[in-house]
Design a protein around this ligand. Sequence first.
Ligand SMILES: Cc1cc2nc3c(=O)[nH]c(=O)nc-3n(C[C@H](O)[C@H](O)[C@H](O)COP(=O)(O)O)c2cc1C
Ligand SMILES: [Fe+2]
Ligand SMILES: [Fe+2]
Length: 388
Amino acid sequence: MLKTIPHSEQIFYVGADDKTLDLFESQYPVPDGVSYNAYVIRDEKTALLDTVDPRATNQWLEQVTEVLDGTAPDYLVISHMEPDHAGSIRAITERYPDMTLVGSAKALGMLPQFLGDMPGNPTRTVKEGETLELGSHTLHFVMAPMVHWPEVMVCYESGEKVLFSADAFGKFGALDTDQPWTDEARRYYLNIVGKYGAPVQTLLKKAAKLDICAICPLHGPVLTGDLAPYLEKYQTWSSYAPEEKGVLVAYASIHGNTAQAAALLAERLKALGETVVLLDLSRCDMAEAVAQAFRFDRTVLAAASYDGGVFLPMEEFLLHLQYKAFQKRTIALVENGSWAPCAAKKMHTLLDTMKDLTVLEQTVTIRSAVKPGDESALLALADAVHQA
Ligand SMILES: Cc1cc2nc3c(=O)[nH]c(=O)nc-3n(C[C@H](O)[C@H](O)[C@H](O)COP(=O)(O)O)c2cc1C
Ligand SMILES: [Fe+2]
Ligand SMILES: [Fe+2]
């Protein structure tokens, strides 16, 4: 069935929901699936905007065939070469050898890397500010390097005022999932694009000059209506500012004593009126832990000592934060050790590699199990976190 984007008669949605994928990018659980979005603009000239993951090639081709209704497309605009969007280029170039491939110099340069050779199709390299006339629709190309690969460009269609935003403004979750945008957009953005705050800021500045009625990302729903809340979230996330006041309490506990300490501290913070998320790093989705750390202004890290260092789920978490340029937050530490506690020292060393973190001096050290003296130290630490 033909499907257009909201308020449009000529921009078609031809993407696919994937609800059987176990891990997106072999890393992120997607319990509600994920969508690979692709679009078609039908005008005097017809443009396909991106393709889909190889897992959805057939479904996409069926929809494209229906939209084209026996005609051949003039252009395939390639915004990003990552296989979840470029993975069906071979299938479409074989069908339409005269269709022109449109992309940045870097994107077209990457094409033979993925395909082994260059398709015989004509190509058109576009630069910042160049346009492609389709009839009543005009595509304006805007380069967006490192959002989230170097070859990325977005395009603004001025006739209907639509921004095709590539991976920006995307979200995990299939399109038929009824859920608010923010949580899964946050987990998606901070883990996938998070490291590239500065390039996202550059793109937001360019977008601010455009009159945009709809944003068509490559994952998740088309955004319409009041776009300010989405733009504000991206402004916050890309500038690494905390989104809200609150505390993530993340723990890595071998036998459960450190978990008990973390829970006690979390309860106290809640009693003080704080918004608190308590996560077991041995069992939770690491991407969710990263997202929650970025969401709040404060994080408590509680971990058992382990082989002269820190229990590995905590080390892994801190490495994830380091990779995603975690910064501008306040941190408190709780360590546990049975003979030579060393978790806090190791956590400190990892935190020292990150920018603009305030680590509270008041660290709690527990010896094996939580005893009354530890309880009062944990409550005092909760009070210090509350006041920080
Ligand atoms: C494989 C292993 C290595 C450990 N290495 C250390 C260590 O280097 N230093 C230390 O003080 N305790 C070490 N411990 C003890 C843990 O820190 C101990 O489990 C902790 O004191 C109790 O907290 P938990 O109940 O949250 O695990 C180790 C435990 C295990 C199982
Ligand atoms: Fe991507
Ligand atoms: Fe993507």
